[in-house]
Design a protein around this ligand. Structure first.
Ligand code: ATP
Ligand code: MG
Length: 277
């Protein structure tokens, strides 16, 4: 058993997006470790500066915005219509998702006043649109939204208080095609992002009951299908499928980054690069 990084060194390496191999290094003496730290930190700082230059001179847009655009293009190409709905939603529409006082998600909601909150998910707005679109368009109805959602989270490297959700939905498809369609939609998104070797895993969600999650080491997306007990609240009777992905988590896995914070809305990171370098 050799000597490992001090907690402070380890944290700094994590901020600077060190690889797992770098974070798990062992040494024979403290001097050797501290010398190695300086070298590792230096090379990560150089790499960070290089990436910031690349952002300024070539890319000019953060990965989060580029991914959003790529997803919009891929989905509209496949017949999905983009929608843009309010980030401020009513307590009533959350309650229709069964998220009320005694629900686990309820305590994670940012309230603006007694009747309004910042949306923790896109589903209530999409359900609302479905109801009108069912009258106006033929089935299947294919809509998606990409936008910020807000949840009080107890931090950690996978959770942001504000993150970017993609929710894509198809309403009015043959019931026996739902599973296959979910697989196709997951694959369309994962291919667009550029992540291979993901898995679909059956889990239980606090809002939707049983869901089929898209997983690669961590949860990247959660899917649900209807007919579903919540549908009654919205007057929906047709079969549907839907998947919600977190864009920052997709980027984290795609770019091999250590935390979701570096990929999200931030003042400490710019496009994945820690600014105190
Ligand atoms: P987790 O169990 O990891 O907290 P969840 O199951 O509560 O996530 P969902 O409601 O299924 O999350 O949301 C769909 C997707 O949105 C998740 O698969 C994840 O990619 C992303 N997501 C959810 N919460 C956050 C968050 N706080 N920060 C970043 N991404 C998130
Ligand atoms: Mg989930």
């Amino acid at each position: 058993m050799g000597i490992i990084w001090t907690p402070i060194q380890k944290q700094r390496l994590q901020e600077l997006n060190a690889s797992e191999a770098q974070r798990e290094m062992c040494f024979e003496s403290q001097q050797a470790r501290d010398r190695a730290f300086q070298e590792q930190e230096h090379s990560l700082v150089v790499e960070g500066k290089r990436r910031l230059m690349e952002l300024r001179d070539i890319k000019r847009r953060p990965s989060l915005s580029v991914l959003e655009q790529q997803l919009v293009e891929a989905l509209t190409q496949q017949g999905f219509v983009q929608v843009v709905t309010p980030t401020i939603i009513s307590k009533t529409s959350l309650a229709k998702m069964s998220v009320s006082d005694d629900h686990p998600l309820f305590s994670q909601v940012f309230w603006l006043d007694s009747k309004r909150c910042l949306r923790p998910m896109l589903a209530p707005n999409l359900y609302t649109l479905w109801k009108d679109l069912l009258r106006l368009w033929e089935k299947p109805i294919r809509i998606f939204e990409i936008g910020t959602c807000y949840r009080k989270e107890s931090k950690g490297s996978l959770h942001l208080n504000e993150f970017t959700m993609l929710n894509l939905t198809e309403l009015g498809l043959p019931e026996d095609q739902r599973h296959q369609r979910l697989e196709e939609l997951a694959s369309l998104v994962m291919e667009t992002v550029g992540i291979a070797d993901y898995e679909m895993e059956l889990t239980t969600s606090v809002v939707y009951g049983d869901t089929l999650d898209v997983v690669k080491g961590i949860e990247l997306g959660s899917s649900a299908m209807g007919p579903h007990p919540l549908d009654d609240q919205w007057g929906i009777i047709d079969p549907w499928v839907g998947i919600g992905f977190g864009l920052e988590r997709l980027l984290m896995i795609k770019e091999g980054s250590q935390n979701v914070q570096s990929m999200g809305r931030s003042l400490t990171y710019l496009n994945g690069v820690r600014l105190n370098i």
